[in-house]
Design a binder for this molecule. Structure first.
Ligand code: GCU
Length: 571
């Protein structure tokens, strides 16, 4: 179900007892059984009682020193008291668990989930006791060759129950899902659907938007589903005017409220049109990490720290790299008038031909789209980053692109590449995927990983077609804030001046790219990545931030800010 915040929730957040299980002994000891001694000769070599506790939500790596770099199994336990009032259903819902979750209720396995950044739930109506219940979760964040992401990725592998856990009580038939957004290319007409979960399918449905005097009536079909189509004079959502409308969906057996904005986003030729007007995406990449805590971000206050920095930089958009961030991030961005790039972690080396991998990609895409499809701030679905072309990869991603478009054709769909061909100062950007995507998006690290082959203003660009919208999704370089050791024109000095020069050269190049419709520097703030091992300058941090991990502005920040301030979008 979607829109958890508007439902009858009992939070299970807070302290959870844990067992750290580096060898996996808990699997054969069956710790979810919580065996007790029965006779004098009995002894049990595990227990949650008297053991450590962790905060949920929160990654486990930053809560205990011995878990700092831990990648393995941690067992979590929480008990709750439930008084059934009859005629209700009960669900156990997780905002996200990284990476594998096996969930037990009162000693019985109720379900499993794979994927660290999307929500999942299990119905426990006929499994819950009236009285005390115990949830035990086997959480494992070990890297998997056939995982999404795979074995290697340039961010910290925070494990644990990283987002909220809720018990959700519903009526027997309830409004489980809905899609209420403007139809493609429309500025007035809502084109969507409503789905109810339960047995009572002969119900009337009403959608009310009091502010617009919308009182739309329809009726479920026999399957608990109904299409919806109505028009209204919406004040359209835009960065300048992030208008959201209070909306109520009512049926005989359920009512749910939401706050939804309405806007149109279209790629037309080289342009991106927001509400029919060209818009330049003044973007920034962000990881779901609060650098001030050096921990996985999850709360509204974490989100506001990151988004306020992005706003101060002059951004009108954020690329949430490389996985769906928490809902606080998406909703806060929408309220602040910041457009959102939503991406699934099909990142670099993926085993596209391995059994089950395509199903995992499909599930993550569906979970992302399902959760965020009513957030008008989200304008782009991104299905991969820096994967190399091969028949299996091409096939898998083309297929996924079509499926995504089938789910939601009102947003732009893309995949990010980085295997451009650069010779004689000519950049040739080509990938078969761009025949299927709405925009061309690519990463280029000219001036850092890739030395310039001439003046940046002389770079010639070749794209698959002149008529497709182009955005640059990553560029930049590293610097340590305040470091003034070593020559400023040498990359290995990690000096701010070197990073600043990269930004000056990139911005000069952008001015020479008339059909460029958006840029996203890599990235807002320094962030943790264990593969960054320089003992003086990195110490487990990627230093490409425009801000240090303490939020200090590097010289390059000012180059980008004045560039963004020079771009006027008349929304
Ligand atoms: C890549 C990649 C990022 C990575 C960045 C870097 O392009 O997409 O995830 O962090 O480059 O090397 O810093």
């Amino acid at each position: 179900m979607i829109n958890i915040a508007a439902r009858r929730c009992t939070s299970l957040d807070g302290k959870w007892q844990i067992i750290i299980d580096p060898t996996g002994a808990g699997d054969w000891r069956q710790v979810w059984q919580e065996k007790k001694t029965e006779k004098k000769t009995d002894f049990i070599e595990y227990s949650f009682e008297g053991g450590p506790v962790l905060n949920v939500p929160g990654d486990f790596n930053t809560q205990m020193t011995e878990l700092k770099y831990y990648e393995g199994t941690v067992w979590y336990k929480k008990s709750f008291n439930y008084k059934s009032v009859g005629n209700k259903r009960l669900f156990l819902h997780f905002g996200a668990v990284n990476y594998l979750a096996s969930v037990y209720l009162n000693g019985n396995l109720i379900g499993k989930h794979e994927g660290g950044f999307t929500p999942f739930q299990f119905e426990i109506t006929d499994k819950v006791n009236s009285g005390i219940n115990t949830v035990i979760i086997r959480v494992n964040n070990q890297r998997l060759k056939d995982g999404i992401p795979g074995l290697g990725y340039d961010w910290f592998n925070y494990g644990g129950i990283t987002r909220e856990v809720n018990l959700i009580e519903t009526n027997n038939t309830f409004i489980s899902d809905y899609f209420i957004q403007l139809g493609k290319n429309s500025l007035k007409e809502v084109n969507g659907w409503i789905k109810m979960n339960g047995i009572d399918h002969s119900q009337n449905i009403t959608i009310k938007i009091p502010e617009l005097k919308v009182d739309y009536q329809t009726r479920l079909d026999g399957e608990g589903f109904t299409e919806i189509k109505f028009a209204a004079d919406f004040r359209l959502w835009s960065p300048e005017n992030p208008k959201l409308y209070k909306l109520v969906i009512q049926s005989e057996t359920d009512t749910i409220k939401d706050e939804i904005g309405f806007r149109s986003i279209v790629a037309k030729g080289p342009n991106i049109l927001l509400n029919g007007k060209p818009v330049f995406l003044k973007g920034i990449n962000i990881h779901e990490e609060n650098p001030l805590k050096a921990a996985r971000a999850y709360s509204e206050s974490d989100a506001l720290i990151l988004l306020k920095w992005a706003k101060e930089l002059g951004c009108n958009m954020v690329r949430l790299a490389h996985y769906p961030h928490n809902e606080n991030m998406i909703k806060s961005a929408e309220k602040m008038g910041i457009m959102v790039w939503d991406e699934i972690p099909v990142y670099q080396q993926i085993e596209f031909s391995a059994p089950g991998v395509r199903e995992k990609m499909d599930l993550m895409m569906r979970e992302m789209v399902s959760r965020d499809k009513n957030r008008c701030g989200v304008i782009i679905w991104s299905l991969s980053n820096e994967t190399n072309s091969s028949p299996d990869r091409d096939n898998a991603l083309i297929n996924l692109t079509d499926k995504c478009r089938h789910l939601d054709s009102t947003r732009l769909i893309t995949s990010v590449i980085n295997d451009e061909n650069y010779s004689n100062n000519v950049m040739d950007v080509w990938d078969i995927l761009y025949r299927h995507c709405d925009i061309i998006s690519f990463n280029e690290y000219l001036g850092w990983y890739v030395p310039w082959q001439g003046r940046s203003t002389d770079v010639k660009w070749k794209f698959i077609s002149d008529n497709k919208t182009v955005v640059i999704t990553e560029f930049g370089g590293e610097a340590v804030f305040g470091n003034n050791i070593g020559p400023i024109d040498e990359a290995s000095s990690w000096r701010e001046e070197y990073q600043e020069q990269i930004y000056k050269d990139q911005v000069a190049m952008f001015h020479k790219m008339p059909d460029l419709y958006g840029v996203f520097p890599w990235l807002l703030a320094d962030y943790r990545s264990s593969g960054r091992m320089h003992p003086l300058y990195q110490r487990g941090w990627n230093r490409k931030g425009l801000l240090s991990d303490k939020g200090e502005k590097k010289k390059a920040w000012y180059i980008l800010k004045s560039y963004y301030d020079s771009i006027n979008n008349n929304y």
